[in-house]
Ligand binder design. Structure first.
Ligand SMILES: [Zn+2]
Length: 90
């Protein structure tokens, strides 16, 4: 069925992109994975950034993930967080 990954929705801030500060390879839009980072398993390692900020210091891969995450969120139904087509981790 759906991905095993679960998320906390976070949508009330301007810095909507949540980047894992431990591995800097995971970014999510308006949500953070729980209970830990799917890549490095860091807990509470996410910090919020704007896409503009990520473009300044992020890697091409990270920026690409951020854009893809935002686009995925845009096409998803606003109230369907639990059923959103979340990108699986590689
Ligand atoms: Zn991580």
């Amino acid at each position: 069925m759906d991905s095993m990954q679960s998320f906390w929705p976070v949508s009330h801030r301007a810095d909507d992109f949540w980047v894992c500060m431990s591995c800097l390879t995971e970014v999510f839009y308006r949500k953070v994975p729980m209970p830990d980072c799917p890549s490095c398993h860091g807990v509470s390692s996410y910090e919020g950034f704007t896409l503009e900020s990520i473009r300044e210091w992020g890697t091409e891969e990270l920026i690409g993930k951020a854009v893809a995450a935002q686009e995925a969120a845009m096409v998803a139904q606003p109230a369907a967080e639990a059923a959103a087509p979340v990108e699986a981790t590689d």
